[in-house]
Every structure is written in C-alpha cells, then in structure tokens.
Design a protein around this ligand. Structure first.
Ligand code: GLC
Length: 784
C-alpha cells in the first residue's frame, strides 16, 4: 500500500502532490525514496519495515535534508520528481527506475521487493548501458575501467597484492558510470557488510549489487558531468579537511629507522644531499616490543629532543600507532590498563576478550564503534603530541590478524554500537569489519583535534570506509617493486581520487618483492613527485632504497623531480584546497577534466595511461614502462605546452622517445600556474617572488590560494585567494588580477610573470587591476 496523501490514493487518474518522502509497501517489503539534495535520490528498503536511518559515512545533517518530491501517478506507476533527478516506481513490484532531470534513464530495472533474501541480505539488479565505463570503488586493482569486472568489499591485509587480488584494504562502495559522451551518474551503497559489485561480469550489461546483511540504503547521483557526481558524493560523505602543507612535501619512510642515531642520519643525509623533504616516518621498531603508545627508550632515549632537532631542519616526525593493544594485563602497559579499566576492548560472545596475534603478539582491540572508546583512544596521543610528533599512521586496521586463515577477527566478535544517531545495540564484527579502519582513523583525527584545537591533524590510514576522507589520508598498502605496480599504482590512486580519497599515495619504489632496479626507482620518484601523497617506503630486511641510492646520475634525476614538486607547491596546495571545498580530487583521470576524450575510445582517450594533477598539468608516462619503446602522447586538444621547455605543441600530441632523465608533462593552454623558489622543506619560507607561469590560450585563468599552511586561522579569514585571468589582445597580453579575498599576508616579495611566447615581467604585487605585456617583436616560444 502506498503511504500517500489520501486524495492521491483515491484518484484513478494521474494527479500531482508534493511530499518530502515516499514510502511504499508491497510483497512484504517497505520502500522509501527521498531527495536529500539536488541531483540525489536516496532509496531504502527493508523487510516489514525500513532499516535504521543511521550511517558511518553520511552524517545525520546530510541525511536529514529533504527536497520536495513531486508525485504523479499513472496506473501502477508512480513518478517522483525532484531537483535534477526523478524516479519511476512500479507499485506492485517496487521495481524502480532512476532518471536524470531531463528524463533520461540512468538506472533501469532496479530490483524491488524481490531483491530481499529470505534470511537477510539482498541482491539488487539493474541494467548498465552498454557504453558506460565504471570508475571508483576505492583502491582496487583489476582494470582501471571496472566494467566487466566483479569486486568484493571486505577490508583485507593484502601483502604483495597483484592485479588479480580482490578484496584489498578498503571498502568504498561508491562508483561512477560515465558514458562515451561524458554523461555520468553515481551510486553509493551505504552498507558496511561484506558486499559485492558485479558490473556485467556474470551477466552482460547487468549491474548486480549484493550484501550478506545490513540495509538496502543507496543513493543515486545524477551528475550530469563526472565532476558533478563527485560533488554530489562529497555533499553526502564530506570532503577531506585541508591538510597541513607539509603533508604535500616529500615523505621518507622505511620499516624501520631503528634508533635515534639512524633517524638523525636519515635527516642529515636528506639535507646533505640537498633532497627536499618534509617528513621522516618511524615504523613499529621505535616501540617497546611493538606495543603501540610505547617508546623503546634504549633506542630513542629522548624523543622530544629528536623531534625538536628534526624540526629545526625542517623535518617532521610521523609515527605509526596500530590499533592492536598488547594483551598484557598487570604489566604496567598504560594503553592496555586504561582501556581495560573502562571496558573498551572487543569481546567474544562468551564475554571474554577477543585476543589475536599481531606485531606485539597476543593483542586486544578497541571497540571503535563506541564514542567512548574513540575518545579514550584519542587521549593516548597526548604524550607523543607533547613530544612534538607531527602526525600519525594508523596501520593494520582492517583489522589484520596473524596466524588465522581469515586474516581477521572472528565474525561473531561483539561490538557495542554507541555512536552518532545509531540506536545503542550490540552487533557482530560482520557488520563493523569494513568500517573498523575508518573509525580507528576517526578516533585518531578527533583526538588530535581535541589535543591541539588549532593544528590541522595529519593521519594516514590503510583501511577505511566511505566518508573516511574526513579523517585521514591513505596509501595503497604493501605493493611490490615492479614495473607493473608502478603502472597499476597510478590507476589505483586515480580510482581512489574518484572515491573521495584525494590525498593518497603508494609506496614509492615499491614495498615488497625484489629490490627495485635504479631505473625503476628513478621512474617511481618521477611519477611520485606528481602524486598527491609522495611517500617513499619499503619493508624491513631489504637493501636501502632512499632517493640517494645508486649512481650520481640517478640521484640527480630524482633530486630534480623532488625539487620540481617543491617549486610547484603553491599549485599543489591550491589543488588540495580545491579538493577540501569541492570533493574534486587533486589527481584526476584526463576524462574528469575533459569528458569528451572518452569518445575517442582508445584506452579511454588516454585516461588509462596519463594522469592530471589539478586542472592544468597532464603527465604522460610510458604505457609500457618495463620496455621503453617509442610511444605517442595524444592530448585532449590542440596547443598544449611542454611543461619543461614552455614550447607550444603544434598539433594534438607528439611521439616520445623515452629517456630515463625525462618524464613528459604538459600544460593546458590557458593555464596560469603559480610556482615558488626552491626550498628544502615547506617549513622554510621561499625567498623571492611568487612566479606566475602563464600559458596563453582559451579560457585563460588560474587561482592562487595561500595561508599559514598549518593552523585553522584560514577559517577565520587568514588566507589569500585571488583569481588571475589572461587575454590576448591587439595591444598585447592582458593579465588581470581580480580582487583578493582574505587577509593573509603571504611570504613573497613581488610577483614574476612568465608568459610563454611573450616575456618575463616583474610586478611589485598583485593589486587588483590589469597589466599589459607588450607583443614581442619576434616570438621566442619560451618565456624564459
Ligand atoms: C604493514 C604496513 C607496512 C609497515 C609494516 C610494519 O605491512 O602495510 O607499511 O611497514 O606493516 O609496520
């Protein structure tokens, strides 16, 4: 029976009414549709009653909003129209079709009441358009375009995973379908149970989504452009906070730098070799017997002094803190004792602690589904924060357990949900497994925010769930040092960016397997320099693979690329800021900026091999890095610039003869890219002018964003945002500075305009107004 205004129910002929949600019941199932925001339809269904309206991914405020639904009825079909999206429901079967604002069908034939399995769980079916490409689902390997594949959501420690390994560390049950004309929609299933997504693998062009339990609760987002889908998804699950600027610097890690002397030696070497860097990581060996929140005082007698000496060199410490707490009662281990006193560790159904083996040996696990456990966890950081540790690394939080076939805890471990707008209840690990890592990183993030309210936290997590971007950056786990990983790593990061996680990286050089060859390591540094999170890391007991390893020629190349990243810092930081506002990732497949490339068909118009950083830089590594033959780079249009030389390309692309010293990078015609003088760390203010590199072309514009890079003062007006435009006129190149926003006083003394094909010009500042660069007598092709 439809729960509709009586007038509408009574009517035989089509009539209209406006409701804020529609609830229909049929065949033992209850279905609800609502529109939480423009272009978004939420669909929930349950047996006998609707599932609980609560979520780890979508905050209550985003779920509570409801736009009006215009209801019309025609026979057994109900049509619901909202801003930018509509749905058609068959009242008998509850089968649903979702349409965009103009009435084009996005998803048809979505299974109604028949989707619900008798014993719990469900299987939704829908039709995929033949031409659609599928992206998202987090950092899964497989193929870049997920069409034709099937994937499982079950957070798993996947040491040395391959292209065929599934599931991996994270569960982000969100995907985007993009047609050849760039028309896109998205679907997010907000369900933390083990689930699978089949994109036409079992049945051609059939989308099948199933879960072993939990609610049918999903959102369809109508785009229409791929970027719109990302913004709609961000509206639901949030965006990443603006990171501290140092998180965009080069980060050096290894399992492990084992002593105070070794950490100092790494810092010394980075500075001695003039390799710019911002972070040194300390992995599990800094701890006493691998126990989280302890420090081995023999190896690290004075952590505070170490942190402060490193800080003077422009380096910050990030420390690992895994979620497993050594099961060590009566030993004076504060993390155990304080958690036990408050009864915060997970238990088996019989009431005894669940204990599993991880790095410290037998360990217990906090129940992060309780707000109380999360605040306790947050306080554990007080000592390390007071010592001057700048950021924290939450690893092994799938959670990973050794010596058991499942690699995780038993599914009947009992969680006690006491959090957010969930009704307090106990449930099994089967429900909380996929969100355990996200809640772990949330506890860390919120704890750090409480400890230092005006400092932007930096948290790196391995496992997570949708919405986890609000709390932590991420990396792709234990990859291998192989050419194949270099390549699939980029695709993983692109799909992570399309899944809400912008600040992401993979272990530069590769974590496991054979030691990387000098060429592989160099190539990885080159590509890594253009990735959002640039962290070199490798496993224990293998030869060194820091950037200085190998002959001088290789080290010079790596240094050049790390330096270039530091020169690009204002641009990178601007991209991070854009992401924090809009959800559009820093790293982007070409089609995200230029949806029309998909129509070219060939390797998704370059999107499979190339990548973009922000809106303007396109990086084109070899599609076959392991066998470096010539390859052709095709760009999204004419007139792009070579980033390194400033020369404008005559056509739409060029043929590249690979050279280990070079990585082809191009600039969008019309870009204005801010750069800065070289520094060895973001902790040091650059000396000299801000550089604005102007690449004349259509839609010529750029933006500069700056603030103190570390505090929340930007939220109180201490930032600078200014848009700059350029236009070629008869008289010359007109560069226009719009009005500045914010009252932050930046580091630069003056501005240097490098207009490619024109000339270099210095201006004292960027006061609102315009400047004319005169037409050169003959074109040099290069602004230098
Ligand atoms: C896990 C992490 C790896 C880390 C190691 C030791 O394998 O993925 O990055 O080095 O644990 O903590």
């Amino acid at each position: 029976m439809a729960l509709l205004p009586a007038t509408l129910l009574a009517a035989g002929a089509p009539q209209a009414a406006t409701v804020d949600r529609m609830v229909l019941a049929s065949g033992g199932a209850v279905l609800e549709l609502s529109a939480p925001a423009s272009g978004i339809m939420r669909i929930r269904m349950g047996r006998g009653k609707l599932p609980e309206d609560a979520s780890w991914a979508v905050p209550a405020a985003a779920r509570a909003a409801r736009l009006p639904l215009q209801v019309t009825r025609s026979g057994e079909t109900l049509q619901l129209r909202s801003a930018g999206i509509s749905a058609r429901i068959d009242r008998r079967t509850l089968r649903t079709e979702v349409l965009d604002g103009s009435g084009n069908v996005l998803l048809s034939d979505l299974a109604g009441s028949a989707a619900l399995a008798a014993g719990g769980g469900f299987r939704l079916r829908g039709k995929l358009a033949g031409a659609d490409h599928i992206f998202g689902l987090g950092d899964k390997t497989g193929t870049f375009d997920r069409k034709g594949g099937a994937y499982t959501m079950w957070n798993s420690d996947a040491y040395k995973f391959t292209q065929a390994t599934d599931p991996l560390y994270k569960s982000i049950p969100f995907f985007m379908a993009v047609g050849d004309r760039g028309r896109a929609y998205g679907l997010f299933l907000d369900n933390t149970w083990r689930s699978t997504f089949d994109f036409g693998k079992t049945e051609r062009d059939v989308l099948s989504i199933s879960a072993e339990g939990g609610p049918v609760d999903y959102y369809v987002m109508s785009g229409p452009a791929p970027k719109d889908v990302l913004q709609q998804y961000a509206r639901l699950t949030g965006t990443a906070p603006l990171p501290p600027q140092w998180a965009l610097g080069f980060q050096q890690s290894k399992w492990s730098y084992k002593s105070d002397a070794e950490v100092r030696a790494i810092a010394q070497r980075l500075r001695g070799e003039r390799l710019p860097a911002d972070v040194v990581y300390m992995d599990i060996d800094y701890q006493d017997r691998s126990r989280p929140f302890t420090v081995n005082r023999k190896a690290f007698p004075d952590l505070r002094q170490l942190a402060s000496d490193l800080r003077a060199q422009g380096l910050r410490l990030v420390l690992i803190t895994d979620p497993h707490i050594a099961n060590a009662p009566g030993q004076g281990y504060a993390a155990y004792d304080s958690g036990a006193v408050q009864d915060l560790f997970l238990k088996l159904p019989g009431g005894e602690y669940y204990s599993g083996d991880v790095w410290p040996g037998a360990s217990v696990f906090p129940d992060f589904s309780r707000a109380k456990a999360r605040s306790w966890w947050g306080e554990l950081y007080a000592g390390l924060v007071a010592d001057g540790v700048a950021g924290f690394w939450n690893d092994m939080n799938e959670p990973s357990i050794f010596n058991v076939a499942s690699k995780t805890m038993p599914l009947d471990v009992v969680h006690r949900i006491e959090s957010d707008d969930f009704a307090p209840r106990t449930t099994s690990h089967a429900e909380l497994h996929n969100v355990y890592g996200q809640l772990n990183s949330r506890a860390t993030y919120e704890g750090l925010s409480r400890l230092q309210p005006d400092v932007r936290p930096f948290v790196l997590t391995r496992a997570t769930y949708a919405g986890g971007q609000r709390y932590a950056a991420t990396w792709t786990g234990d990859n291998a040092s192989s050419w194949q990983h270099l390549k699939i790593g980029t695709q993983q990061l692109l799909n992570l960016g399309l899944s809400g996680f912008s600040l992401a990286g993979n272990d530069v050089g590769g974590y496991a397997g054979e030691h990387p060859s000098p060429d592989l390591l160099t190539r990885w540094f080159q590509v890594g320099a253009f990735m959002p999170l640039f962290r070199a890391h490798a496993e224990t007991n293998r030869p060194d693979q820091e950037p200085w390893v190998g002959d001088a020629a290789h080290v010079d190349i790596r240094r050049r690329f790390i330096e270039e990243r530091y020169r690009l810092m204002p641009y990178l930081y601007g991209a991070a800021e854009e992401n924090s506002r809009t959800g559009v990732p820093m790293l982007r497949p070409v089609f995200l900026n230029f949806p029309q490339v998909l129509a070219k068909g060939d390797r998704l118009g370059g999107s499979e091999d190339q990548f973009m950083l922000g809106g303007d830089l396109l990086v084109a590594p070899s599609p076959t890095p392991e066998s470096p033959g010539e390859y052709t780079v095709e760009l999204p249009g004419k007139g792009w610039y070579n980033y390194w030389t400033g020369q404008r390309l005559a056509g739409k692309g060029e043929t590249i003869k690979p050279d280990i010293a070079q990585l082809p990078v191009y600039v969008r015609p019309g870009a204005i890219i801010p750069k800065q003088p070289l520094v060895q760390s973001t902790a040091f203010a650059p000396k000299g002018p801000l550089e604005l590199h102007i690449y004349p072309g259509p839609d010529c514009q750029g933006e500069i964003y700056a603030d103190d890079g570390a505090s929340l003062a930007y939220q109180r007006g201490a930032y600078l945002r200014q848009r700059i435009r350029c236009e070629e006129t008869e008289a010359g190149l007109r560069v226009e500075f719009e009005q500045r926003q914010g009252d932050w006083k930046p580091w630069w003394n003056g501005v240097k305009l490098h207009a490619y094909g024109w000339s270099v010009q210095a201006v004292p500042d960027m006061a609102a107004g315009s400047i004319l660069i005169p037409r050169p007598t003959h074109s040099s092709g290069n602004g230098e």
